[in-house]
Write a protein that binds this ligand. Structure first.
Ligand code: NDP
Length: 446
């Protein structure tokens, strides 16, 4: 099957099988480019067609979701669950509610999840799901009715030992609670079928903070490897959601200076630095009042740049934490020429392939999301463990576990680095993530 395992040949086949799915092509290309030489050196993977099998989801479920808005109108959305690979554990990955959601985006996310979950060292397979539903501007009741309808179908396909969804863009504590309530009602059972739950009904401490904290820990590890640290560094962040807010919290605790946040309307630049008190205001604004980032600029009298991205702000460290493809080639050149030394992806695939090449060519430290934002799913794995043994662990214990997991992921990346003194974290993460899943697939036979 792999008589010609050139990258171009492989990608040609993938594009023919998945026409028009650009984000999925991009995510696969990034991995294939790293692992292809490794596979050629280890023909056992080539003979078993592991890469081809790994790029085909086990199944993609697509379903209609009908719900009623507050005015009594019937509304229609499309729901998805892409169960990608359960070789090393039950399917696990978030749900995204955003108007841009389509099969290509969920396949890219599900595919990346395979490697991310493998890197955490915990027994979790990979999935992703969601809907083209926009929670923005909807009342709580409308969100509730949507979530209940969505879960009515999804409940047929998930379970605590089968597939355990979590949150992602547009799916936070409110949405998880509505979905968990509906699952419990329908199945007449109380099980850890979703992660990211509230503490009162099986949630874990630190889960909310875990992705952002983990990304900051990963940056600290990369810098420590060079004898440096976050302390005193100016940091530029995009996004102002779950990942960005808690990434900033940990950066501030580690002595870094955060100067930007963004949302889909633009970015704020607070030259004085965003301290713990300002961050607390922002967390309340974005999480509970669902406000816009410009309100921060009004309150603290700083600059707000409409419809712009923050990558032109001079910085030492950059953390893209909003969405896919938010740093393009030009942005990467700007970061390099402004003296940025490291980029950590808090979001999934926020950097285009061309931009990654620019950053790597300039020898910036670059951490791909599948390594750097794995802290979220790692904590989800720990939430599953706590649910199974019906216990809850302390915040200190969980944060220490999270820090250790991020350290371990960093070490795995370094181990498979093949670029001399410069650590190519993309190759490291892809190869380390690949080996564990590939070996399990080999062991099972065909
Ligand atoms: P949230 O919904 O909490 O926040 C997303 C943030 O990004 C918001 O500020 C949002 O602005 C902004 N944003 C979203 N889409 C766009 C867009 N198209 N253009 C500009 N800004 C945009 O999501 P999360 O923080 O949970 O997720 C952020 C990223 O991190 C995603 O890539 C996600 O897949 C990834 N991730 C999340 C994990 C988690 O545990 N939550 C785990 C691992 C990865 P606005 O409010 O205006 O839409």
């Amino acid at each position: 099957m792999y008589s010609d395992l050139s990258l171009a040949h492989f990608m040609d086949g993938l594009k023919k099988r998945n026409p028009g799915e650009l984000e999925f092509h991009q995510a696969v290309y990034e991995v294939a480019e790293s692992v292809m030489p490794f596979i050629l050196d280890n023909p056992v993977y080539q003979h078993a067609a592991i890469l081809q099998r790994m790029t085909e989801p086990d199944r993609s479920i697509i379903f209609k979701v009908i719900w009623e808005d507050d005015a009594g109108n019937l509304r229609l959305n499309r729901g998805y669950r892409v169960q990608f690979n359960n070789s090393i554990g039950p399917y696990k990955g978030g749900l995204r509610f955003h108007p841009s959601v389509n099969l290509s985006i969920l396949k890219f996310l599900g595919f990346e999840q395979t490697f991310k979950n493998s890197l955490t060292t915990l027994p979790m397979g990979a999935a992703k799901g969601g809907a083209d539903f926009n929670p923005k501007g909807k009342s709580d009741r409308e969100v509730m009715r949507f979530c209940q309808s969505f879960m009515t179908e999804l409940s047929h396909h998930i379970g605590p030992d089968t597939d355990i969804p979590a949150g992602d863009i547009g799916v936070g504590a409110r949405e998880i609670s509505f979905m968990f309530g509906q699952y419990k009602r329908l199945r007449h059972e109380f099980t850890g079928v979703l992660t990211g739950k509230a503490l009162e009904f099986g949630g874990s401490l630190i889960r909310t903070e875990a992705t952002g904290y983990g990304a900051a820990f990963f940056m600290e590890e990369m810098l420590a490897h060079r004898g440096d640290s976050i302390r005193g560094k100016t940091c530029v962040l995009s996004g102002s959601g779950n990942v960005a807010l808690y990434c900033a919290e940990k950066i501030i605790q580690l002595g870094g200076k955060v100067v930007t946040f963004s949302d889909s309307t633009g970015f704020i630049y607070d030259e004085q630095g965003i301290n713990a008190e300002k961050l607390d205001y922002l967390i309340k604004l974005k999480t509970f009042q669902r406000g816009r980032i410009s309100e921060y600029a009004d309150k603290y009298q700083c600059d707000f740049f409409v419809d712009e991205k923050p990558w032109g702000v001079r910085c030492d460290l950059a953390f893209p934490c909003a969405t896919q493809n938010e740093i393009d080639k030009q942005d990467a050149h700007t970061l390099v020429s402004n003296g940025c030394m490291a980029v950590v992806e808090g979001a999934n695939m926020p950097t285009t392939i061309e931009a990654i090449k620019v950053l790597q060519h300039a020898k910036l430290l670059f951490a791909p999301g599948k390594a750097a934002n794995a802290g979220g799913v790692a904590l989800s794995g720990l939430e599953m463990t706590q649910n199974s043994v019906r216990m809850s662990w302390s915040a200190e214990d969980l944060e220490a576990r999270l820090a250790n997991i991020m350290k371990d992921i960093h070490q795995q990346c370094v181990k498979y680095n093949e670029d001399g003194d410069y650590i190519n974290y993309v190759n490291g993460a892809n190869i380390a993530g690949f080996i564990k899943v590939a070996n399990a697939m080999l062991a099972y036979g065909v």
